[in-house]
Design a protein around this ligand. Structure first.
Ligand SMILES: [Zn+2]
Length: 84
């Protein structure tokens, strides 16, 4: 079954319809990077979401979590142009 797809925003593998926003497999981003209406979150929204996730999962704090989130997100196709 073809190549594995990854979320263009956060890099998460998109394996099942449940990984997609509203189960829509035509979308190339995951449900965590989508707003309730199924549209993709902005860079700022993705960044704060990722920073919060890293604080909870990795114990990173404040600026460290923000920098790690920025680094992780700007490796992905949706946000490459944001990399410094
Ligand atoms: Zn994602």
């Amino acid at each position: 079954m073809g190549e594995e797809k990854y979320c263009i925003s956060c890099g998460m593998p998109l394996r099942t319809p449940d990984d997609h926003p509203l189960g829509d497999t035509t979308k190339d981003y995951c449900k965590y990077c989508a707003k309730p209406d199924g549209s993709m979150k902005s860079f700022e929204e993705a960044l704060s979401g990722m920073a919060g996730f890293l604080e909870r999962s990795q114990g990173l704090k404040g600026e460290a979590a923000w920098k790690a989130a920025f680094f992780a997100l700007t490796k992905n196709p949706a946000w490459k142009s944001y990399a410094k």
